[in-house]
Design a protein around this ligand. Structure first.
Ligand code: UD1
Length: 336
C-alpha cells in the first residue's frame, strides 16, 4: 500500500519508514528538513535497499503539499509526524508551534478530503494526560489542561481530527499517544539526531557519555517516587514504529470499532531517571558524569502507560527491554 509519511526523515518517521518497507508497503516521504537531514535517506537505503521517494516540502504550504497527491494518486493512507516537538521552545515561541502543528494537520485533513485518502495515523503524546490521578494511565483518563503550547497543539489536533472525521463519511483515524520514545535502529544506520543541546534525557545521557556534554543534570530528586527522581515509560523507537504499521493495516482491513481510535503506546513499565542512569552505565560500562539539579518547570512527576488496549485490540506490544534499547542508543551515538 502506498503511504505518505510526513516528517519521514525525522526520528520516529525514519524508523517507521523502515518498518513500513519491511512489511511490504510503499512509503513516500515528505519533510522540510527543518529538524532532520537528507542523509537519513541514505540510512534508510542502507537498511532496506530501497530508495524512498522524497519531497522536500513543508506541509504547511497547502499548494506544494497538494502537488504530492496529484503526482501520487494511489496514496491510501497518511502517517502524520511532521510537527515541532520541543516543549521548552514551545513556551518561548508559541506562535511557531501553533502555526506549524495546527496548519500541518489542517492541510493533511484538507488533502485527505480533496484527494480521497481515507486513513490517517496521528502522532499524539502522553502529554495530553498531564499528571494522571491513576497509574498506569488508560486512554479514558481525563485530558488535563496542557502545560505547554506543544502539549496544547497535541490536544487541539486530536479535537480537529475528531471533528473532521465525524463530519466526513469515509474518513478514519488512529491517534497514537506515545510515551517516551528512545533508542535507535539496531543497525545504527538511523537514530535520533538532536540539533544543538539535547532537551531530552537519552540523547543528553549518550552525549555526556561520549564526552560531548560535560555533565548530565538530573532534574530533581525530591519527587514523591521511590528514589525521588521522575518516572517515565521509555519505549523503543522500533517497537513504536511497528504500532504505526498495525494502525494503518487496522484501518485498511476495516477492523476499527470506531472511526477514530486512540491507543497508548508504551511498555507499561515506569522507570526513574536514576534507574535509566544506572542501567545505561551497566549496559555500556561507561561511567556517567551527573549531578542533581533543581526540578525542570512543567515536568510531570510520574507517568506510565496501561497499554493493554493496544496489546489486545491493535495486536501490538513492546518487544525490546530498556537494556537493549539503551545499548542501541549508545551504539548509534558512537557512530556519529
Ligand atoms: C516531553 C513531553 C513529551 C514529548 C517529549 C518530546 C511532556 C509531559 N512530555 O517528554 O510529550 O513528546 O518531551 O520532546 O510534556 N531529564 C533530566 N535531565 C535532562 C533531561 C531530562 O533529568 O537533561 C528528566 C526529565 O525531568 C524527565 C525525564 O528525564 O523526568 C524525561 O525527560 P525528556 O526526555 O525531556 O522527556 P519528557 O519531558 O518526559
Amino acid at each position: 500500500m502506498k503511504i505518505l509519511v510526513t516528517g519521514g526523515t525525522g526520528y520516529i518517521g525514519s524508523h517507521t519508514v523502515v518498518e513500513l518497507i519491511g512489511a511490504g508497503h510503499e512509503p513516500v516521504i515528505v519533510d522540510n528538513l527543518s529538524n532532520s537531514k537528507a542523509s537519513v535517506l541514505d540510512g534508510i537505503y542502507g537498511i532496506t535497499g530501497k530508495k524512498v521517494p522524497f519531497y522536500n516540502v513543508d506541509c504547511t504550504d497547502l499548494n506544494e503539499f497538494g502537488r504530492i497527491f496529484e503526482e501520487n494518486t494511489d496514496i491510501k493512507a497518511i502517517i502524520h509526524f511532521a510537527a515541532s516537538k520541543a516543549v521548552g521552545e514551545s513556551v518561548k515561541e508559541p506562535l511557531k508551534y501553533y502555526r506549524n502543528n495546527l496548519t500541518g494537520i489542517l492541510n493533511v485533513l484538507e488533502c485527505m478530503k480533496r484527494y480521497g485518502v481515507n486513513s490517517l495515523v496521528f502522532s499524539s503524546s502522553c502529554t495530553v494526560y498531564g499528571q494522571p490521578e491513576e497509574l498506569p494511565v488508560t486512554e479514558d483518563a481525563p485530558i488535563q489542561p496542557a502545560l505547554s503550547p506543544y502539549g496544547n497543539t497535541k490536544q487541539i489536533c486530536e479535537e480537529i481530527i475528531r471533528d473532521t472525521v465525524s463530519a466526513c463519511s469515509g474518513l478514519h483515524a488512529v491517534m497514537l499517544r506515545y510515551f517516551n520514545p528512545i533508542g535507535a535502529h539496531e543497525s545504527a544506520l538511523i537514530g535520533e539526531l538532536p540539533l544543538g543541546v539535547p532537551q531530552n534525557l537519552i540523547p543528553y545521557v549518550t552525549q555526556t557519555a561520549a564526552g560531548i556534554r560535560e555533565c548530565l543534570t538530573v532534574f530533581g530528586d525530591d519527587y514523591d517516587t521511590p528514589d525521588g527522581s521522575c518516572i517515565r515509560d521509555y519505549i523503543n523507537v522500533t517497537d513504536l514504529a511497528m504500532a504505526h504499521i498495525k494502525a494503518v493495516e487496522r484501518m485498511e482491513s476495516g477492523a476499527q470499532k470506531q472511526n477514530v481510535e486512540v491507543f497508548n503506546i508504551g511498555t507499561g513499565k515506569g522507570t526513574s531517571v536514576f534507574e535509566v542512569i544506572r542501567t545505561f552505565e551497566d549496559v555500556t560500562g561507561v561511567k556517567l558524569n551527573y549531578k542533581v539539579g533543581p526540578r525542570r518547570e512543567g515536568d510531570i512527576e510520574k507517568v506510565w502507560a496501561d497499554a493493554s488496549y493496544a496489546n489486545n485490540e491493535l495486536g501490538w506490544s513492546a518487544k525490546k527491554n530498556l537494556r537493549e534499547t539503551l545499548a542501541s542508543a549508545w551504539k548509534w551515538q558512537t557512530t556519529l
